[in-house]
Design a protein around this ligand. Structure first.
Ligand SMILES: C[S@@+](CC[C@H](N)C(=O)[O-])C[C@H]1O[C@@H](n2cnc3c(N)ncnc32)[C@H](O)[C@@H]1O
Length: 250
């Protein structure tokens, strides 16, 4: 499979064996990449029973005895106790922690560090900008704010992203040595627009006051039209950054 961020990790990893890999915040995307690597075994962790089912359904290759999908939470000190992996991948894990273990983010890397035998790779999304200059930035941040507002009104917790210097600080505090960090500019397409707006639209019937549903549905439609127009006009919505950080045992 091809993905710019995983290709970058593969180039950072060049020549090293992958050995045992821990996908510490699994999903179909990251586990497909891990399964495409010459590993000796892998463990995939999720705190979400629906995600466990989704990745279980996605793994169709003949199972190897030591590959496993584990439902668990990193706040549980017994989770994978004593297990050490050549590669630990935290792919969009940090941003999702708020949904499962709020206020645990500052302890995530110290929790993962004992499992890192060789390298830790962190993939994340930089927080979106507060001030916008372009229409692409305005419409992307408007969509993200609408999505998060709807989640909050429906008593769910939105993701909370952290910037690269915050990640580096906490990875170093966890006793690991950062060997590489890089940002990648994002260009968002129709798929991203529709996924975020569909996620909001699906929840409108659950808003706490039925009077909110029609105006919010109108705002979803307005943003969808604006975003698709800007996307077509500029060949994608250039807004925000992903980052990849690599660290190893000091
Ligand atoms: C954004 S999702 C999936 C990202 C994934 N790598 C992919 O391929 O799309 C984040 C994952 O992190 C997991 N996660 C978040 N907080 C967690 C926690 N406290 N303990 C264990 N897993 C957690 C979620 O359950 C989910 O599986």
């Amino acid at each position: 499979m091809s993905d710019a961020l995983f290709d970058h990790i593969a180039s950072l990893h060049a020549g090293r064996p992958y050995g045992a890999v821990l996908d510490a915040g699994t999903g179909r995307h990251s586990l497909r990449w891990v399964r495409s690597l010459p590993t000796t075994r892998w463990t995939a962790v999720t705190a979400d029973p629906d995600m466990r089912r989704a990745v279980e359904d996605d793994v169709t290759d003949p199972p190897r005895p030591d590959d496993r999908i584990v439902l668990g939470d990193w706040t549980d000190a017994t989770l994978l106790a004593g297990e050490v992996y050549d590669v630990v991948l935290a792919d969009y894990l940090l941003g999702a922690v708020d949904g499962f273990a709020p206020y645990f983010q500052h302890r995530l890397f110290e929790r993962l560090a004992p499992h890192v035998g060789g390298r830790l790779y962190v993939v994340g999304l930089e927080p979106l900008p507060d001030t916008c200059v372009t229409e692409a930035e305005r419409v992307v941040t408007d969509i993200a704010r609408l999505r998060d507002a709807v989640l909050l009104l429906c008593r769910e917790r939105p993701y909370r992203e952290f910037p690269l210097p915050w990640v580096r600080h906490h990875v170093e505090r966890a006793g690991l040595r950062v060997v590489s960090e890089q940002r990648f500019a994002n260009r968002l397409g129709h798929g991203w627009i529709d996924r975020q707006l569909d996620m909001s639209a699906r929840r409108l019937a659950r808003l706490p006051d039925a009077g909110l549903t029609a105006p919010m549905a109108q705002w979803v439609a307005t943003l969808r039209a604006r975003a698709h127009a800007a996307c077509d006009a500029h060949g994608g919505l250039r807004c925000g950054y992903d980052h990849v950080l690599a660290a190893e045992r000091a």
